[in-house]
Design a protein around this ligand. Structure first.
Ligand code: NAD
Length: 298
């Protein structure tokens, strides 16, 4: 069924996601603060709206894809009054679990329905419509959003009530951040012991050390030809995005009083690393920092 969707935030992720909704036959009313982003989306068939409020006023559903929680809450404050009662608000941004729950509350208080539905799969997944969506919210909201999410992604999981999608996202990425550091430390230890990268890979990738950070995104060049290490660590998944997601995990750990020493330490290490390389390096490039720090200590 064709729907009229407002899409707010047409950046690296939102632009191609909105284009895939158009491709699937939906009418998309788009808005972004940056004119170049709005123009690019218009080129893909999105109807450019001068404000978020005007986009939302004519829509049955609202999708947002913004940088952080403060942008999402600011947007909701601006547009909830402009939407038709009962409109479904689907936020696909990666934000704090606490902010996501606040967004649900504000939408509910204004007579709207809401779903948090962050994604994994990056810009490549956004362009190819192969994203994974992790959704939090009521059964009805999920059932209504599902066909739209399936037009933008390959896998859609209902993780639970409000905030559960964001919770799944940061827990998954905490595993990823910690495991990338563990794999990188193992390669650096192997180097100091005279073990070749290929030998460690051949053993660990088929033994109990196996994980995505090793067997798909291998942080040293050679064993996995498609991994970013083979192209001087061009992303891939940028260090700055890993640092952001681990920061959200660290916030949730502190707020919940949960002790998780490796998760907190990974957040610190990635914050330092991303401060130096920003979005220019894949997060697997942290192996070079670990190697360099060892060189300095010798
Ligand atoms: P981006 O900066 O490219 O896009 C965000 C867009 O939102 C920008 O174009 C900006 O102008 C616009 N914007 C901000 N405030 C606005 C407002 N009030 N109204 C209208 N437009 C507004 O960022 P991105 O890479 O597309 O990421 C978006 C979200 O997706 C982030 O939360 C990020 O963590 C998450 N994410 C990104 C990736 C990735 O690989 N880039 C992967 C998974 C998740």
């Amino acid at each position: 069924m064709s729907r009229t969707v407002a899409f707010i935030g047409l950046g690296h992720m939102g632009g191609p996601m909105a284009a895939n909704l158009v491709e699937a036959g939906h009418r998309v009313l788009g808005h972004d603060l940056v004119p170049a982003a709005l123009n690019a989306a218009a080129g893909a068939g999105v109807e450019a709206e001068a404000s978020a409020a005007s986009a939302v006023a004519g829509a049955e559903m609202v999708v947002s894809m913004l940088p952080a929680g403060r942008h999402v809450l600011g947007l909701y404050d601006d547009i909830l009054a402009a939407a038709r009662p009962g409109t479904l608000f689907v936020d696909c941004s990666t934000i704090d679990v606490a902010d996501a729950r606040t967004a649900h509350e504000r939408a509910g208080a204004a007579g709207m329905r809401a779903l948090d539905a962050p994604v994994s799969g990056g810009v490549v997944g956004a362009e190819a419509a192969t994203l994974t969506f992790m959704a939090g919210g009521g059964e009805d909201a999920f059932a209504e959003a599902r066909p739209l999410l399936e037009a933008m992604g390959r896998k859609v999981v209902h993780c639970g009530g409000p905030g559960a999608g964001q919770a799944a996202k940061i827990c998954n990425n905490m595993i990823l951040g910690v495991s990338m550091i563990a794999v990188s430390e193992a390669f650096v230890l192997g180097e100091s012991l005279g073990l070749s990268h290929q030998a460690l890979y051949d053993v660990a990738s088929t033994a109990s050390g196996q994980c995505w950070a090793l067997s798909v995104n291998c942080p040293v060049p050679g064993p996995v030809p498609a991994s970013p290490a083979n192209r001087d660590y061009r992303p891939g998944f940028a260090a700055s995005l890993m640092a952001k997601d681990l920061g959200l995990a660290a916030n949730a750990l502190r707020e919940g009083g949960v002790r998780a020493e490796l998760g907190l330490r990974a957040a610190e290490l990635y914050a330092d690393y991303a401060e130096r390389v920003g979005a220019t390096e894949d997060f697997s490039g942290i192996v070079r920092t670990i190697r360099d720090q060892n060189g300095e200590q010798k």
